[in-house]
Write a protein that binds this ligand. Structure first.
Ligand code: NAI
Ligand code: OAA
Length: 352
């Protein structure tokens, strides 16, 4: 077992995702310190987790009433963090889109990004707060402003789309379980920007599904709008929290295993397509003729499968671009248009 000191900070730790995610992190043998920050209710969550007899040390930080002291807890929470995971912000209610969360959540993200830039500029940052397609752009712009942006270390967490794809597909194919599949999902994280590549599964997907347009369309729609299924079932009491905590923990463990040089696993996440990242130039090279044919701009950010290492992203996998079938390419064009608009919203928010 590596004995590196690993500090993980959760911002929004008292929320619907923050609590179960913090529980999963408290069980992680590689973590030394788990810092929990929220603007409300976090002492109770921290006291509760503290009683669990695992070696992870819990520390707790809450924004005080006193304006003069307001910044200190957040500074302390993020200081010296190796990883900061952010499920802070409001969730959807029935009838809302993720875009409707933008104004409130972009302000929260901009504030948190500023504190990270000033107090933990080297940290690897995992953004859960919606709308991910835009909030990650907010983080990037704030980091650039502070001169600390490293594209290899900023991730929008889109793992829930992959988790849902595996689950929903297995339900359609008798005798298979979700862990038989490893569906790559590219694009972004909302509605039509989510592009599950069922034709590129690591576990064989029955041709019966891939060739039956009605079944395949229904499956794709279920993945793209899986979030709505939970929002409606919760009847105004929030969105996915438990499955999201699971997905964030799955993604975090893959990033952590890369960071600790323990194991290389591929999983998609939403990143800024910086040419300095291995595989990005090739990804853009292969995307360009496709996008040009549709008069679409190259997206600045994209969820794409990649591997992770000690410095964050190790390499982007671009083989999926040429392997997309006609239907997947059509979906990708629609996704690109959405993503470009969503990114623009995040960038203009910070610039304004
Ligand atoms: N990336 C993804 O796949 C998913 C993203 N989400 C998003 O995650 C976010 C959180 O969702 P839930 O946990 O269900 O919401 P929630 O409302 O239960 O929890 C959010 C927490 O953030 C805290 N918070 C608010 N302002 C803050 C600030 N300035 N600093 C620190 N903490 C702050 C709140 O006090 C609350 O405890 C939402 O934006 C939701 O849409 C949800 C599911 C999936
Ligand atoms: O649907 C929502 O608002 C929350 C979310 O991102 C998801 O469950 O995929």
């Amino acid at each position: 077992m590596p004995n590196k000191h690993i500090k993980v900070t959760v911002l929004g730790a008292a929320g619907g995702i923050g609590q179960p995610l913090s529980l999963l992190l408290k069980l992680n043998p590689h973590i030394t310190e788990l810092a929990l920050y929220d603007v409300v209710n976090v002492p109770g969550v921290a006291a509760d987790l503290h009683h669990i007899d695992t070696d992870v040390k819990i520390s707790c930080f809450m924004r005080p009433e006193n304006k003069e002291e307001e910044n200190k807890p957040l500074q302390e929470a993020v200081k010296n963090s190796n990883f900061v995971i952010i499920p802070a912000g409001i969730p959807r209610k029935p009838g809302m889109t993720r875009g409707d969360l933008f104004n409130i959540n972009a302000s929260i993200c901009a504030e948190l990004a500023t504190f990270i830039a000033l107090n933990a500029p080297e940290a690897t940052v995992l953004v859960i707060s919606n709308p991910v397609n835009s909030t990650v752009a907010v983080f990037k712009e704030i980091f650039v402003k502070h001169g600390v942006f490293d594209a290899k270390k900023l991730f929008g967490v889109t793992a829930l789309d992959h988790v849902r794809s595996n689950t929903f597909l297995s339900e359609l194919i008798e005798g298979t379980l979700p862990n038989h599949y490893d569906i790559p999902v590219v694009g972004g994280h909302s509605g039509h920007s989510i592009v599950p590549l069922f034709s590129q599964s690591k576990g064989d997907v029955s041709l019966k599904i891939l060739n039956d347009e009605n079944i395949l369309d229904a499956l794709i729609h279920r993945v793209q709008y899986g979030g709505d299924e939970v929002v409606e079932a919760k009847q105004g009491k929030g969105s996915s929290t438990l499955s999201m905590a699971y997905a964030a923990n799955k993604f975090f463990n893959i990033v952590l295993n890369g960071y600790l040089n323990l194991k290389i696993t591929e999983l998609a996440s939403y990143i800024y397509l910086d040419n300095a990242i291995p595989g990005v130039t090739e990804l853009k090279r292969d995307l360009k003729p496709l996008l040009d044919s549709q008069h679409l701009e190259m997206p600045e950010f994209l969820a794409t499968p990649m591997t992770y290492g000690p410095d964050g992203v190790a390499a982007v996998n671009y083989s999926w671009v040429k392997a997309m079938n006609g239907k997947e390419r059509e979906m990708f064009y629609i996704a690109t248009d959405f993503i470009n608009q969503n990114v623009e919203k995040g960038v203009s928010f910070v610039k304004a």
